[in-house]
Design a protein around this ligand. Structure first.
Ligand SMILES: C[S@@+](CC[C@H](N)C(=O)[O-])C[C@H]1O[C@@H](n2cnc3c(N)ncnc32)[C@H](O)[C@@H]1O
Length: 228
């Protein structure tokens, strides 16, 4: 690393932050084996084999490759710096197979998922991993169900916004959804994290980017942070 960049990292506090990140990686190694210590691996393998589709890397059966996706979930936990205190109540929207909230639960957070009833694979994994979720289809301009309040609401690889359909949400749909989340779902000081999927025009239109910024969002490529 060039000296100038090194000095910049020290001046901005980046060097300290990445040292702290390294400390938590060392403190909680979070390997698949350690995470799955108390889980019935025979049952887990049976469920995953039942739904596995050889060669599938795009559609949901890809999540049967649990070691890979647990690793990705650990990466997300690290990036959001949730591998440390404080312990939070966290809702993951579009929770899928539940790997992300499973890792969070292991770390002592209180977690909850929200997803569709299909595929049944998700429900079976939730049962095996002892996770809770609400089965719900998010629709534009429709309020979410009453399930309590959270310190953090996350949504990775967002699809509930009509991703890939040609009718992807714009300002009005997001406005309704975020108003609902912020007023009924967040604890005081709560936050929302969204990781958008790419559409044909990119992750968002310039108008949508402006909309998020007007609401005080911090945007880093496809990742959006909002406060309550
Ligand atoms: C691409 S997957 C992402 C899964 C997980 N968040 C991850 O990053 O691995 C999108 C998830 O959103 C769910 N989903 C799609 N449309 C939805 C809707 N309208 N309401 C609720 N969940 C939805 C899907 O069932 C799926 O689990």
């Amino acid at each position: 690393m060039k000296l100038g960049r090194k000095l910049q990292k020290i001046a901005t506090g980046e060097a300290w932050a990445s040292g702290v990140d390294r400390y938590y990686r060392w403190k909680h190694p979070l390997t698949a084996d350690s995470l799955l210590q108390n889980i019935d691996r025979t049952k887990l393998n049976q469920i995953c084999e039942k739904y596995h589709v050889p060669g599938e890397v795009k559609a949901w059966p890809k999540y049967t490759n649990y070691e890979h996706w647990l690793g990705r979930a650990v990466d997300h936990v690290r990036e959001l710096r949730l591998d440390r205190d404080p312990k939070l109540s966290i809702l993951d929207i579009g929770s899928g197979a539940g790997y992300f909230i499973f890792v969070l639960k292991k770390l002592g957070h209180r977690v909850f998922g929200l997803d569709l009833s299909e595929p049944e694979f998700y429900g079976e994994l939730f049962q095996l991993l002892d996770l809770r979720r609400v089965v719900w289809r998010i629709e534009a301009f429709e309020p979410l169900p009453e399930i309590g309040r959270f310190d953090l609401v996350t949504a990775f690889a967002v699809c509930f916004n009509g991703h890939g359909s040609g009718k992807v949400w714009e300002r009005k749909e997001w406005e309704f959804f975020l108003n609902d989340l912020q007023s009924r779902y967040l604890n005081p000081g709560g936050r929302i994290f969204l990781a958008l999927n790419p559409e044909e025009h990119g992750h968002y239109t310039p108008e949508l980017r402006d909309f998020f910024l007007e609401r005080g969002a911090q945007i880093d490529r496809h990742r959006i942070w909002l406060r309550g």
